[in-house]
Design a protein. Sequence first.
Length: 213
Amino acid sequence: MPGLNELERQILDYMVQYLRTNTYQPSIREIGERFRIKSTKTVSEYLSALADKGYLERDPSRSRGVRILGVDLSPETISIPCYGAIPERARDEGAEARYSVDRRMAGAEGCYFVRARGDEFAKAGIETGDLLLVEPATAADVREGDLLVVHGAKGSGLYRFLRNGGGQVLESAGRNGAPLQLPLGERSAVTGRVAALYRSFERAPVPVSTTAH
């Protein structure tokens, strides 16, 4: 599906959560009040954009005439965006997919998936196709051994936080990344922490026992 801008994603997420809570959709007026949009025509235009991108079906003649497509509406699950690379700070545009995950396994609010490609994170034991669940974090939150998302002048990367004698080191999980010697203070560029890794074993070989019975 085409990507959504920030407000489109917020409106869609609000509609999903509202439906899960109330079993019916919010009205156009309620959506406008939630996002401080005074014009119902403007709200309708956002809903039309979501419909054009394949996220909704609309009946313009009804205030609540909307059906959300492709979303698990179970109250026990949450929809999480997935990216083919570590996103640059903003986590709404450019998602390649969304996955519904049990809330108990979804990490903190604002989390997202990154799909590993090739051997880019092999140094951290991460294989191609693995889904890394990243939750928001700051330098003040990190602990020894955490795998962190760090943004720097050369782009975003994945780093392991280690203590080296009296100092602190961010060791790159990328193929060619060099360790970063920097204090993990308020000005560091840590924005997330890998909270979980999801790996499919469907292609794994089935072990055959050679033990005699």
